[in-house]
Design a protein around this ligand. Structure first.
Ligand code: SF4
Length: 322
């Protein structure tokens, strides 16, 4: 922690909001005031149930969505205010790996074209691009023979490897991994995760890892940001969060992780979360978790709790911490 705080963050997400106007009187607040930092070389995981706004946050950071409010600062520059030339550099420095390796690759392009496209856009000659594609395919466990094939000729795991090679092709510093293993067979998931870890070390990469599988997050991330209905409810170093989850939602989420050891599993008490995740359309101006929280009080239904530091590097948004 102390080493990290001495540096400037590589990415600063500040009070980020993304709203969608669904009708004249209805606003879907997919992301509503999210803030966190990402330091060079680390993996920050954003977790939460589907619909919590984690993927929308990632898409706003890489500018696939225009944020409604707030800032994303990348290496000291606000990404919403870049000039054309700066935008080209930004696209090279920040890349994304998508959840679905089936739909994220153009089915009419060969692997050589898919992986080499970014290289050519950044000025590489045909020969340079071909050599680099060959090298990248080796790095992700594929080979030269795969270059002339089309995406449908590969398994899901192999397609995700192609997606990773494409992201790496322009030598990025920061990669947003949006649920990169959730569409893959369980047997393949560990291979892809280990490969991402190895590539991070080799290339000095920084990751934002968006996921709902909390066992994987514990294994891959340095820090965790827990989101609920468009807001951050807790964030901390991974070890601290898994050892001392403090927000009632985080406690319930972590209690649902399956435990391999039957003795530990017997002593672990699962905390059920009642009801379904509420609609993010016109959310009430109070704690977003209030309707499902076993510890909710009157204040929780009247006031939104602020995200505050409860221990060094550990933040939580809950009236219980006040
Ligand atoms: Fe539960 Fe209240 Fe804390 Fe929200 S603020 S998590 S409702 S105790």
């Amino acid at each position: 922690m102390s080493d990290r705080t001495k540096q400037e963050p590589l990415v600063q997400v500040k009070d980020l909001c993304k709203y969608f106007q669904v009708s004249r009187n209805a606003t879907l607040k997919a992301v509503d005031g999210v803030s966190f930092d990402i330091y060079k070389g680390e993996t920050v995981a954003v977790v939460g149930e589907s619909g919590c706004g984690k993927s929308t946050t990632g898409r706003c950071i890489i500018r696939l969505y225009e944020p409604t409010k707030g800032q994303v600062i990348f290496d000291g520059k606000d990404v919403t205010k870049l000039t054309k030339a700066e935008q080209k550099e930004f696209c090279q420095r920040m890349q994304m790996i998508f959840q679905n390796p089936y739909s994220s690759l153009n089915s009419r392009m060969t692997v050589k074209e898919i992986v080499g496209e970014g290289l050519k856009n950044h000025g590489a000659s045909d020969k340079e691009a071909e050599e680099k594609v060959e090298l990248l395919l080796r790095q992700v466990g594929l080979n030269k023979d795969h270059m002339s094939r089309f995406p449908h000729e590969f398994s899901g795991g192999q397609r995700q490897r192609i997606g990773i090679a494409r992201a790496l092709s322009v030598d990025p510093e920061f990669i947003i991994c949006d649920e990169p293993i959730s569409a893959l067979d369980v047997s393949i998931q560990a291979q892809v995760i280990n490969m991402l870890k190895d590539l991070q070390e080799e290339h000095g990469l920084t990751y934002l890892f968006i996921a709902h599988d909390l066992s994987v997050v514990k294994y891959i991330s340095d820090r965790v940001v827990v989101m609920y209905l468009g807001t951050v409810v807790e964030s901390a170093d991974t070890e601290e969060l898994y050892a001392h989850p403090t927000h009632p939602y985080t406690q319930a989420l972590l209690s649902s992780i399956p435990e391999a050891d039957p003795k530990v599993a017997k002593s672990n008490k699962r905390i059920p979360i009642k009801g379904e995740i509420p609609s993010p359309i016109n959310p009430k101006d109070c704690c977003r978790f209030a309707e499902r929280c076993p510890r909710a009080t009157e204040k929780c239904f009247a006031e939104m709790p602020a995200l505050r530091e409860i221990a060094p590097g550990h933040k939580m948004a809950c009236h219980l911490a006040e």
